[in-house]
Write a protein that binds this ligand. Structure first.
Ligand code: VGL
Ligand code: ZN
Length: 206
């Protein structure tokens, strides 16, 4: 079997305009995703799903501000505003996202002490979400990644997809970036290209 999967990363209210960690034009990608999703054999939507006192929140570290980094064990953690707190309105998938073609909704970043940008492996690069096994069980060989944000969760999901052995593509018109610090988007694109991720637009999707 050589099934094709679409992974829709974190199209949640908090990453869309008006949300706690809004990505510019984040909601513009939704019509594109709705259009292409039914063409895939397997569709997975991820949700960033943090406890209220999550390690990635600046508010969890006294005297620290958003954008600063802290050392957590041997990991460097970027600090964000509180976002995607489990079962809050901000953590919901955007109401315009068509859930009919979605097979699996996967939660990540659910442990207080561990962040997860990737849909495959949490930030310690050891703790698996089970996604690679799920896709393999369904005979998936090719993974297309879209969603928010290009330079964080989409980037690490795409890199881990390559590492897991899937032929991996980025759907460029169905992703938007945070681009903080400035230049981060270009860096992310370079990293993906070097890892072997191919880029394509929805118009070129067969
Ligand atoms: C994300 C920052 C913090 C993302 C998640 O979905 O790209 N970015 N948590
Ligand atoms: Zn997060």
């Amino acid at each position: 079997m050589s099934n094709r999967a679409l992974i829709i990363v974190d199209v949640q209210n908090d990453f869309c305009p008006g949300g706690a960690l809004a990505v510019e034009q984040g909601d513009r990608i939704i019509p594109v995703i709705n259009q292409v999703a039914p063409r895939f054999d397997v569709v997975v939507a991820t949700r960033d799903w943090h406890p209220a006192d999550h390690v990635s929140f600046a508010s969890s570290h006294e005297g620290k501000e958003e954008g600063e980094t802290v050392q957590v064990g041997d990991l460097e953690q970027v600090l964000w505003p509180d976002h995607c707190v489990q079962d809050t309105a901000g953590a919901r998938l955007h109401a315009s996202l068509d859930l009919r073609p979605v097979n699996l909704i996967l939660h990540k970043g659910t442990r207080r002490e561990l962040d997860s940008y990737s849909g495959f492996l949490e930030t310690d690069h050891r703790t698996s979400t089970g996604l690679a096994g799920y896709l393999r069980e369904l005979g998936v060989s090719q993974v297309t990644v879209c969603g928010l944000a290009t330079d964080y969760c989409v980037l690490f999901t795409a890199l881990d997809s390559v590492d897991a052995g899937f032929s991996t593509r980025l759907l460029t018109d169905a992703t938007r970036a945070i681009d903080v610090p400035e230049g981060n988007l270009e860096k992310a694109k370079t990293r993906m290209k070097e890892a072997g991720v191919t880029f394509l637009e929805s118009a070129g999707l067969s």
